[in-house]
Ligand binder design. Structure first.
Ligand SMILES: *Cc1c(COP(=O)(O)O)cnc(C)c1O
Length: 373
């Protein structure tokens, strides 16, 4: 009764669009269960669209992709303080390394398995999160050269992440990144993949593309910008959040709706009950904010407080045309007439990323082949 339809065709299209824009390799980030779309569905679609690699934050997420049969290169970069990299090395996961201690742990795992670990260096160029700080680069790269010579480690890439703090800062981060790449080359290591741009810089800053880009939200067809829509960027939103009408009730004028009666029907109308609530990631603060859904191709308002499991739509003039089981679309592709997810994000003073990634586990992810409909 509640589904997030995931358009595999839309993800393929979006990845192909990014490839066309950059001409280089594309890494698609499917962390946090593929931004809520389902990590395995997203990874398969991204690879079908021409992604060279998929990436996650956590090692666990990377291993789960392997369990789902994703055989392509996978990168992950956010590690616990006492992580054991044995499973990563055994599963051929490329390990994003941020400091010397991690590099030693990776080499230790390779030695124990009698295998070679594959790493990409994550360097901090100004975001101040993980990634090796500039003063650590020299020692880190020198040790890497020793481990490469010892046959324990293979280095396939180097990357950093932008703060999206304006063009001047982007250029400064790129300069520092260039210095890190030069430092790696100085110890005799030539990385295959050099990547700085996530979705925002991929879509707007061609001078930051290097030979690889690393996109998340754009692959899912969402815009990282407040002032440009998906369609304006040539992207198709991949998630359509749908539910069925599970009750229809005609009510007289003056009827209070949901907890606290903060909505009272001005006229006689018909209310439709939709089984999605805040447990499923529908923000409770949408209450009274003017959000709408599509029902039978029409825009109809959400009324009354959002419950944990359900909310109410005033379907007024559509009443005679509706029956139980009819579909309600909460958000999807605005080109298909559905509310864009950005309406919720705007009402919630947050970003589209937070809405899609917050859609809960009770909502079934159903892959469909075509573009979102
Ligand atoms: C999440 C993440 C990305 C993807 O960012 P988007 O803005 O969704 O493209 C890229 N790189 C790193 C390091 C990330 O953490």
């Amino acid at each position: 009764m509640r589904v997030a339809e995931i358009s595999v065709g839309a993800i393929r299209h979006n990845v192909a669009r990014v490839r066309e824009l950059t001409g280089g390799a594309v890494i698609v980030v499917v962390k946090a269960d593929g931004y809520g779309h389902g990590a395995a569905i997203a990874a398969e679609a991204a690879l079908a669209g021409g992604a060279a690699m998929v990436a996650t934050a956590d090692l666990e997420e990377a291993l789960t992709l392997r369990e789902h049969g994703i055989d392509a290169p996978i990168l992950c970069w956010l590690h616990g303080a006492r992580v054991d990299f044995a499973d990563a090395v055994a599963a051929r996961i490329e390990i994003g390394v941020s400091h010397l201690q991690q590099l030693e742990a990776v080499a230790e795992a390779a030695r124990a398995l009698g295998s070679v670990a594959t790493v990409q260096f994550k360097v901090d160029t100004g975001l101040s999160r993980n990634g090796a700080a500039p003063e650590e680069w020299e020692a880190l790269f020198a040790r890497a050269a020793e481990l490469v010579a010892a046959g324990l480690v293979r280095v396939t890439g180097i990357f950093s992440h932008l703060a999206n703090a304006g063009d001047a800062n982007d250029r400064l981060q790129a300069e520092r990144f260039d210095a890190a790449v030069a430092g790696l080359r100085a110890v005799g290591i030539e990385p295959d993949m050099i990547h700085l741009a996530a979705s925002a810089a991929t879509l707007r800053s061609p001078h930051l593309h290097y030979n690889t880009v690393r996109v998340g939200v754009a692959a899912f067809g969402l815009s990282p910008f407040a002032d440009q829509t998906s369609a304006q960027l040539g992207l198709i939103p991949a998630m359509t959040l749908r539910a069925e009408i599970v009750a229809l009730r005609g009510v007289p004028a003056g009827t209070g709706v949901s907890y606290g009666f903060n909505h009272v029907c001005e006229t006689a109308t018909t209310l439709a009950l939709v089984p999605i609530g805040y447990a499923d990631g529908m923000p409770r603060a949408l209450n009274g904010a003017g959000a709408w859904v599509t029902v039978a191709g029409e825009h109809r308002p959400i009324v009354g407080r959002i419950g944990m499991d359900q909310f109410i739509v005033d379907v007024g003039p559509l009443a005679g045309r509706l029956e139980l089981g009819d579909e309600v679309v909460l958000f999807g592709d605005p080109e298909q007439g559905h509310p864009p997810v950005e309406i919720w994000a705007g009402l919630m003073r947050t970003i589209n990323y937070e809405i899609v990634v917050g859609i809960g586990p009770r909502v079934r992810r159903i892959p469909v082949d075509g573009p979102a409909s």
